[in-house]
Unconditional design. Structure first.
Length: 485
C-alpha cells in the first residue's frame, strides 16, 4: 500500500514540475520576458494553496482511494493544456490548474497514517514523501532526455510539448490502476471521519482564532500572486481585475470564516467543551505550518529556479543545467525518509525538528555566496547540503502531523501542506523581484527563526512513540472479556 501510494505521489510531482526543466526553452520559443517565466513558477504553486485545504476535507470524508484516483486522472488536463499552449496567457491558466495536482501529497499522508503505527510514522511518512518528491528529480532529469530524444518529431528542436503531455497521460492511466488496487484501511479497521465537514473542528476558542489567522495567511499568498500578475512587465491582469481578484479573495475568506464558525459554533457559544483526551492546540499546527514554509516552501522555490540558476550562473546548456539541478530533488530518495527515521529513533520529535531547522538555515546562508567563479562541483555540493536538511525537515514535520488528531489528519495535513506552498509563493515572489543570493539568504534567516520557535514553543505530541493511536488497540493485542456467573 505504501509503495503504490508513493508512486501516485511521484507521478503528481512529475506533472507538477514538468515545466521547470523547459522554462528557458519555452521562454525563447514563445518570446516570454524573464519576469513572465518567473511568474509562471509562482502560478504553478498558487492554486495548490486552496486545493490542499479542499482536498484535505474531501479526503477525510471520502477516503484516499477515491480522492487520489480522481486527482491522478485530472492531471492529464493541465498537462495537455501546457503542451498545447501558444502564449503566456494560456500558460498561466494551465499552470494555475496544475497547482491542483500538487495537492496530491495530502492524500497519501492520511493513507499512510491508516496503515502504520505512531512509532513507525516518521519512517513511513518519510518514505512516502521522499520517494514521491523524487518525482521532481524525475521531471528535471528524465524529461529533457525525452524531449531531446524525440526532437525529430519537432523538426530537430527540443520536443518539450510531447514530454509534458506524456506525464499527464501516464498519471491518468495510473489513476485507474490505483483505484482498482488499493483500499483505505487494513481489513477489519474502520475509516474514521470527522463529525463535521466544511472546516476543521477545533477544541478551544484560542485555537479557533489561531485557525482564522492561519486561513488569512493563505488568502494573503493568493492576493500576492494577483498583485504580481498585475505588474507592468507581466501584463496578465489589469488594475481593475486585480482589485476584483482581491474582492473575490476577501469573499472567500469571509466564507471560510463563516464555515469555521458554523462547525465550531457550539464551542464558541459555550454549549460544548471537550474532554482533555479530545483536545489539541491549533498553535502547534501553526508552528508546523511555519516549519513547512522553511523546509518544503524553500524546496519548491529552489526546484523551480535552480535549472535556470545553474544555466545562467555557469553558462550551461539547458539540458546539462537541468541534470545538475536535478541533484537537489534527487536527494529526496534518502533525505526525507532519514528525517522521519531520525524523528522515530531520536526519541524527541521536537528536538529533531529544531536541529534540522538550524541545518536548513546554515546551508542556505552558505548557498547565498554561490557565483560563477565557484567550481561547479562545489556549487552542487552546497545545494545538495541544503537539499538534505530541507527534505529531512519535511520528513520530520510529517512525522508529527498525523499524531495531532487522527480523524482530522487530512485537514491538518492540508493546512500544513498549503503553507509549504505559501512559502514557495512568497519565496518565488521575492526571487522574481530580486536575485538568487537574496532568495537564499531570506530562506536561511527564516529557517533559523523557525528553529528558535521550535526550541521554545513546539510540544512533543502525545503518544509519539506508541504502538497504537490513542483509543485504538494494537493489532497484536487480544481483548478478553470476563463475565461473572
Amino acid at each position: 500500500m505504501l509503495h503504490q501510494t508513493w508512486f501516485a505521489f511521484f507521478l503528481t510531482f512529475v506533472c507538477w514540475f514538468n515545466f521547470a526543466p523547459f522554462a528557458t526553452t519555452i521562454g525563447k520559443e514563445l518570446h516570454l520576458a524573464p519576469e513572465q517565466i518567473k511568474t509562471l513558477g509562482i502560478c504553478n504553486l498558487a492554486l495548490t494553496i486552496p486545493a490542499r485545504l479542499i482536498i484535505g476535507m474531501l479526503l477525510d470524508r471520502f477516503g484516499p482511494r477515491i480522492t487520489y484516483s480522481i486527482l491522478l486522472m485530472f492531471a492529464v488536463v493541465p498537462c495537455l493544456a501546457t503542451a498545447l499552449a501558444q502564449d503566456f496567457n494560456q500558460l498561466v491558466i494551465s499552470r494555475l490548474l496544475m497547482g491542483i495536482v500538487g495537492s496530491g501529497f495530502v492524500v497519501g499522508i492520511r493513507m499512510v497514517a491508516e496503515w502504520f503505527e505512531p512509532k513507525e510514522m516518521g519512517i513511513a511518512q518519510g518514505i512516502y514523501g521522499g520517494w514521491g518528491n523524487f518525482g521532481a528529480f524525475g521531471a528535471e532529469f528524465a524529461l529533457p532526455i525525452i524531449a531531446v530524444s524525440t526532437s525529430f518529431f519537432a523538426g530537430g528542436a527540443s520536443n518539450w510539448r510531447f514530454a509534458i503531455a506524456l506525464t499527464g497521460i501516464i498519471a491518468a492511466i495510473y489513476g485507474v490502476i490505483y483505484y482498482n488496487s488499493v483500499q483505505d484501511t487494513p481489513t477489519g479497521k474502520v475509516y474514521k471521519k470527522p463529525k463535521k465537514n466544511g472546516s476543521l473542528e477545533v477544541t478551544s476558542i484560542k485555537s479557533f482564532w489561531a485557525m482564522i489567522v492561519s486561513n488569512f495567511g493563505l488568502i494573503f499568498a493568493l492576493g500576492l500572486l494577483a498583485w504580481r500578475l498585475e505588474q507592468k512587465n507581466i501584463h496578465f491582469l489589469t488594475l481593475s481585475q486585480m482589485y476584483l481578484a482581491w474582492l473575490l479573495l476577501a469573499g472567500l475568506f469571509a466564507y471560510q470564516s463563516y464555515q469555521a464558525w458554523q462547525v465550531n459554533r457550539e464551542l464558541l457559544t459555550g454549549k460544548k467543551t471537550y474532554a482533555p483526551s479530545e483536545r489539541f492546540q491549533f498553535g502547534q499546527v501553526a508552528l508546523l505550518e511555519f516549519t513547512y514554509i522553511t523546509n518544503f516552501g524553500s524546496e519548491l522555490a529552489v526546484v523551480s529556479m535552480l535549472p535556470a540558476f545553474f544555466e545562467k550562473t555557469f553558462a550551461l546548456e539547458h539540458v546539462v543545467a537541468g541534470m545538475i539541478a536535478a541533484t537537489y530533488p534527487f536527494l529526496n530518495l534518502v533525505s526525507r525518509p532519514s528525517g522521519g527515521l531520525i524523528s522515530d529513533k531520536f526519541s524527541s520529535r521536537k528536538w529533531t525538528m529544531t536541529i534540522i531547522s538550524v541545518g536548513i538555515g546554515v546551508s542556505y546562508l552558505i548557498a547565498h555566496f554561490i557565483n560563477g567563479n565557484w567550481p561547479i562541483p562545489l556549487a552542487i555540493a552546497v545545494t545538495m547540503f541544503a537539499a538534505y536538511f530541507a527534505q529531512a525537515g519535511c520528513g520530520a514535520t510529517y512525522s508529527i502531523v498525523p499524531l495531532i488528531k487522527k480523524e482530522a489528519t487530512g485537514q491538518i495535513a492540508g493546512n500544513v501542506g498549503a503553507y509549504g506552498n505559501f512559502g514557495g509563493v512568497v519565496y518565488l515572489t521575492i526571487f522574481s523581484l530580486t536575485d538568487a543570493p537574496t532568495l537564499f539568504s531570506t530562506m536561511g534567516i527564516a529557517a533559523l527563526v523557525c528553529a528558535f520557535m521550535c526550541a521554545f514553543f513546539l510540544k512533543e505530541p502525545k503518544g509519539s512513540f506508541a504502538a497504537a493511536y490513542e483509543g485504538e488497540l494494537p493489532e497484536s493485542t487480544t481483548t478478553i472479556f470476563l463475565t461473572e456467573e
